[in-house]
Design a protein around this ligand. Sequence first.
Ligand code: CDP
Length: 239
Amino acid sequence: MGGGKNKPELIVGGKRTDGRAMDELRPIKIQVGILKNAEGSAYLEWGNNKVLAAVYGPKEAQPKHIANPDRAIIKCRYQMAPFSSLEEHSRSGPNRRAIEISKVTKEVFENVIMLDNFPGSEIDIFVEVLQSDGGTRAAGITAAAVAVASSGIPMRDIPYAVSAGKAGEEIILDLNKIEDNYSEADMPIAVAPRNNDILLLQMDGSLTSEQIRKATDMVIKAGETITKLQREALEARYS
Ligand code: CDP
């Protein structure tokens, strides 16, 4: 979200800055199993975002005092490569934003992975953003879901994430960076598609309850496409 004097027009002649319709996803491509050493991995391109997800474990939780004798714990690290955007410079260590995105990503997977099956262990999920153009947390969650599924770690469902927001009077799906920066609202949502359980809902800006309903409906409809692409990528790897 942004604003200021030089706010660009996000919708001109009923089209968005990149020519999309209001409820149109950017093109998504997913490839499974590209990292030899990881238990599960996925590479995802989503518009101009490029994201790599890797999963390790379950393995004995380290250090020992963090282990939970009843279930596995999840560690998650989201990180933007220093060359992933014009804004991100090669500072060392995670910044506040990366810590926040790592935390919400971890919470998504805590709600779908069958943690009870692996007492005392840890599962590590890494999301590396190689190129960014808005919506990288959604792309990261969507990629990590495929990576976890490909690792064989049992999940109740394969989640996906995408954001919806508001530009002018329009509700729009899957905001790119310029839309993310200048929209009135941006709402990333992660969903478990089987029951449409909402696993993550964040909001930058404000929407009325009617607008939230419309945005959520758009997300769930787009979820059919995203879920299909996730499943096709997994099938392509294992068929
Ligand atoms: O990526 P996502 O939309 O989940 O997160 P955001 O914090 O809303 O950031 C929107 C976009 O701004 C990112 O996708 C990046 O393209 C860019 N950004 C960046 O380049 N460097 C940062 N430190 C933060 C954001």
